[in-house]
Design a protein around this ligand. Structure first.
Ligand SMILES: C[S@@+](CC[C@H](N)C(=O)[O-])C[C@H]1O[C@@H](n2cnc3c(N)ncnc32)[C@H](O)[C@@H]1O
Length: 303
């Protein structure tokens, strides 16, 4: 597609995936089917949307101090460096991530002082100085308490546990004139992602724009059904989780991928907006269509 500048190509070497971008950057990850809770996820079109955004607007990264919490492969931080960022700090709780960060840094000629890798929980992370740009893809799947999920996916009952950790820490992590872009999968009620409700509390003094990446959100009932098919022994717990969410947020919810864009701090409270501007902002190649495997990330195939 003409508006996709990433030029993303993948090469597989056993269980390793090497992503190559049009600007020559290479990022190393692991295959998605690897049965290993510490696996380093390969990129999908969801991360591609944010990567394309950076390639279309390189001035957002050039010269900036960048933080990528929940880094996994560190693709966002490395793309920012390829576009001229001053430094990228990559943080992941998964100890394996550091090995991948080091390999990708070496393959692209970034020194350990420029591509800095940290192992730890975002809750305990101390930044030497606040950042200009935060790029994140937290574990975001709404997950029933009776289902373990994975380190990559489990976002707690409403999907926003780790997002809330990030937002609570934002005042100390982000410079007043800085901005943050976060890839999410959201329960949507009344046309607005749940995170839009909390945004004013967590981010009272910045504009917040949500872009829905999915042209047709998935029914919450379908998502619940997928969990039941995947975890038949946990049916009662899954239904209790469903009932608790519907009591809290009302019936008729849907789910959709979206990007949360938090802008520079202003004197007056910024607006919280929900827009369907994925083609203009991220590129039409990044619209998640109905039936796309990304649209229902829980495996709900009938067995
Ligand atoms: C959805 S994955 C991000 C994948 C990444 N965008 C990539 O393309 O490789 C979420 C990541 O968050 C990490 N994570 C989970 N809980 C965390 C925490 N409390 N602090 C820091 N990282 C965490 C996981 O290990 C996982 O790598």
């Amino acid at each position: 597609m003409a508006d996709d500048l990433t030029g993303l190509r993948d090469r597989r070497e056993g269980e390793i995936v090497v992503h190559t971008f049009a600007n020559g950057l290479t990022v190393t990850a692991e295959v998605s089917w690897k049965k290993d809770r510490l696996r380093i996820l390969p990129l999908t079109r969801l991360q591609g949307a944010l990567l394309n955004y950076l390639m279309r607007e390189p001035s957002r990264a050039a010269g900036r101090l960048v933080f990528e919490p929940f880094a996994g492969s560190g693709a966002f931080g490395f793309m920012a460096l390829a576009l001229g960022a001053r430094r990228a700090d990559l943080l992941d709780i998964n100890p394996r991530a550091q090995r991948f960060h080091r390999a990708t840094a070496a393959a692209n000629g970034f020194s350990p002082q420029v591509a800095r890798s940290f192992t730890g929980d975002l809750r305990d992370f101390t930044a030497a100085e606040p950042y200009d740009l935060i790029l994140a893809n937290p574990p975001f799947l709404p997950t029933p308490g009776c289902v373990t999920g994975t380190l990559n996916s489990n976002g707690g009952p409403d999907g926003n546990t780790l997002l809330d950790v990030l937002l609570a820490r934002l005042p100390g992590l982000l410079r007043p004139e800085g901005e943050a872009l976060v890839i999410l999968y959201q329960l949507v009620q009344g046309g607005a992602p749940l995170a839009a409700r909390g945004a004013r509390t967590h981010v009272p003094d910045r504009p917040v724009e949500f872009t829905l990446l999915q042209n047709r959100p998935v029914a919450f009932a379908r998502y619940v059904e997928a969990y039941e098919l995947q975890h038949p022994r946990e049916r009662d717990g899954i239904r209790r989780w469903r009932d608790e969410l519907e009591t809290a947020y009302g019936p008729g919810m849907t789910l959709a991928h979206c990007v949360m864009h938090i802008g520079p701090r202003g004197e007056a409270p910024g607006p919280v907006t929900v827009r369907r501007n994925v083609a203009e902002k991220f590129g039409s190649a990044f619209v998640v269509a109905e039936g796309d495997p990304d649209s229902l990330p829980v495996d709900g195939r009938r067995r």
